[in-house]
Ligand binder design. Structure first.
Ligand SMILES: NC(=O)c1ccc[n+]([C@@H]2O[C@H](COP(=O)([O-])OP(=O)(O)OC[C@H]3O[C@@H](n4cnc5c(N)ncnc54)[C@H](OP(=O)(O)O)[C@@H]3O)[C@@H](O)[C@H]2O)c1
Length: 382
């Protein structure tokens, strides 16, 4: 029996994860859940699943929780961001699912990796900010990092078809988001509502906007570089609107191995939780009794300049990931508040990246300080 802590359990990844756990109660048990502000959803999850711990990382909801849970339940409630790290490191937790969005997920992911856990990594921002430090930490602690991101999970599965030295390149697929095929003029009119309507995936707001700008793919290029130890030139991006092929690996002999399944995050989550075993899944299956098409096309790098940022940051490494990530997080918030236009998100990120003082081998502390700096820069950008 594996004891699983689901950090960010009230989010899109977290809810899918609880579904997977419920379907595999014979081998996976829920040890902990967490939310930041949605204390009502967390109380509901505690009522349904009775985990050992529940963490509300924004303690301002504590009074409400205590009023609702005073007389019932065996779950131990903890409050504040430090509690996330304590749970991630707890000796009775075997697997940590990092479903927290953004830089806020870094410290608990770090804690899980440092204490040698099996880490089902959804929080790609951790690798974008501190990829080399995290991978080195995993090597020394023995932590196993299993990607939950559907593209990286697909690559991870495809890599099992050959030796590491036989890999020529990987091909990350991208749905292209809601604005695939739009003209430059139309880009000026993009509203938050329109950008939040993703054609194939149902996800949290931050990653949905990142998908629309293709910054999500940029972050995934950086994530793939650190996770699979690849040169940026070995990472290709192709637009595949159906989101059926989740990514591919090309081997030196020219064979391309792909992983296909309907777009449903429960499959990669399950794979990361039960690895190295494969078991019956809760996600839907592809139907081969009807006619369907798979399309692929190169991305439009002029209309989606975020991709160039991703390659540049993957190439330069050092402090660039932390700066790009923080700048993008704040730019997305500003776009959602209608303070920035859609087109300005990559433009502003480029400006903040260019303005920062580059350090090729920063410490975690330096990265955290740069995160703060880049946020302040982006708040002021106009
Ligand atoms: N959604 C997907 O299909 C998908 C696919 C691949 C990768 N990912 C990655 O998975 C991560 C989660 O994405 P998501 O779409 O599930 O996000 P989401 O739906 O917005 O959920 C985010 C979770 O993090 C919690 N949270 C937010 N801010 C926090 C903070 N400051 N401190 C602690 N917890 C905080 C939220 O709590 P509240 O509910 O209380 O706000 C919620 O539980 C992201 O890194 C994303 O890139 C997601």
């Amino acid at each position: 029996m594996k004891h699983v802590a689901v950090l960010g359990s009230t989010g899109s990844i977290g809810i899918s994860c609880l579904d997977v756990l419920a379907a595999h109660a014979d081998k996976l048990t829920l040890a902990a859940v967490s939310a930041h502000r949605k204390w009502e959803s967390l109380v509901d999850q505690v009522g349904r699943y009775s985990p050992r711990w529940a963490v509300l990382s924004d303690p301002s909801g504590r009074e409400h929780v205590e009023r609702m849970t005073s007389a019932t339940g065996t779950t131990e409630w903890r409050y504040g961001a430090d509690a996330l790290v304590e749970i991630a490191r707890h000796p009775d937790v075997d697997v940590v699912v990092t479903g927290i969005v953004g830089f806020a997920g870094l410290h608990s992911t770090w804690g899980a990796v440092e204490s040698g856990k099996q880490v089902a990594l959804a929080n790609k921002e951790t690798l974008v900010v501190a990829g080399p430090l995290i991978m080195e930490l995993a090597r020394s602690s023995g932590a196993v990092i299993l990607p939950v991101d559907s593209e990286h999970n697909a690559i991870f599965q495809c890599l099992r078809s050959g030796e590491r030295k036989e890999v020529r390149r990987i091909i990350l697929t991208a749905s292209g988001g809601p604005f695939r095929g739009w003209s430059r003029e139309q880009f000026d009119e993009i509203t938050p509502e329109r950008a939040l309507a993703h054609p194939t995936w149902d996800m949290g707001p931050k990653i949905t906007i990142d998908s629309a700008t293709m910054m999500n793919k940029a972050l995934e290029i950086i994530e793939a570089k650190w996770l699979f130890d690849l040169a940026p030139e070995q990472i290709e991006v192709v637009v595949h609107p159906q989101s059926i092929v989740h990514s591919m690996v090309e081997f030196v002999d020219g064979s391309v191995v792909a992983q296909l399944s309907p777009p449903d995050m429960r499959l990669p989550i399950q794979y990361a939780l039960t690895y190295p075993e494969r078991c019956e899944g809760v996600s839907p299956r592809l139907s081969w009794s009807e006619t369907w098409e798979l399309n692929f096309q190169p991305p439009n790098r002029e209309l989606f300049p975020a991709l160039d940022l991703g390659y540049e940051v993957a190439r330069r490494g050092g402090t660039c990931g932390a700066v790009l990530n923080a700048a993008n997080e704040v730019a997305v918030e500003r776009f959602l508040r209608r303070e920035l236009k859609f087109n300005e998100i990559p433009q502003a990120c480029r400006a903040v990246l260019n303005a920062h003082e580059f350090d090729p081998s920063p410490t975690l502390d330096r990265l955290c300080r740069l995160d703060e700096w880049a946020r302040k820069e982006m708040i002021q950008w106009n």
